[in-house]
Design a protein around this ligand. Sequence first.
Ligand code: SF4
Length: 311
Amino acid sequence: MVSLSVDDLSVQYQSQGKKVHAVDHVTFAFGDNESLGIVGESGCGKSTLGLAIMKTLQENASVSGKILFDGKSILEIPDSEFTKDVRWKQMSMIFQGAMNSLDPVFTIKKQFEEILRKHSFQGDHMDAIKSAISSVGLAHSVLDKYPHEISGGMKQRIIIAMALILRPKMVIADEPTTALDVLVQAQIMILLKKLKKDGLSIILISHDLGIISEIAEKVGIMYAGQIVEFGKMEEIYKNPKHPYTIALLDSIPKMKETKRIIPLKGNPPSLISPPSGCRFYDRCPQAMEKCKKDPPKIKTESGFVMCWLHE
Ligand code: SF4
């Protein structure tokens, strides 16, 4: 079982002489037997948040704040030690679009062997590879195939198996169903639910609140680098508080409703010079004069909401 707490985490990228505030003072926590969803539009900082937790940010990024993983302050662990003892062994990541990065000239088996070799894995390589392949519901015969000989869904299962091969306690899955057709999406979600049932903690990053609601007990709604609402999935799904969360839920098609989907107008603000007040101000149907000030963090039943409406 695993616990993760992120306290006042900020990530800035230095780009062409300007600072991009990709993640801004983000705080949340989740613990044993829980999985977490991070949801938001493209460019809201959710992937950067995952990369910061995995300590795999690019060199032009600077990080401040605290991340405690099972009580260890991971930003203080030297990179060499983190690579040796934590990354892939205790927590791993399914990177967005990773299935397209399988090497076309090597068989799947060779690519698994390379991972184990790089991590100086001491056990029996074939046993570990077969066990990882079985855990994602694939036949061992897939190991002799080249990437072009297998489907997109199988490739994504292989990427998940690669993330699991060193038996981490927690996996960060960044958009694991994007670019897959709906049937394969459903299969991948069933697989993630099974892995979770088997004891794996999952942080699922997605733009799709519907997908996140299938697996996560807790959810953070991210907008323009900030988590604007955080709490239990069920509570937020039934009773969303932040106008952005409400807009996200309104944009999900519902089978039994004939109500028109209401698209959210406008674009998020620049992360180079974000507004000093509420970042949703320009798009919010309930914006008030005082929203030009930084919104307060209001406690809810299981988390918080950043909005003057709930002062
Ligand atoms: Fe809308 Fe104001 Fe709440 Fe921001 S603080 S979401 S502008 S009501």
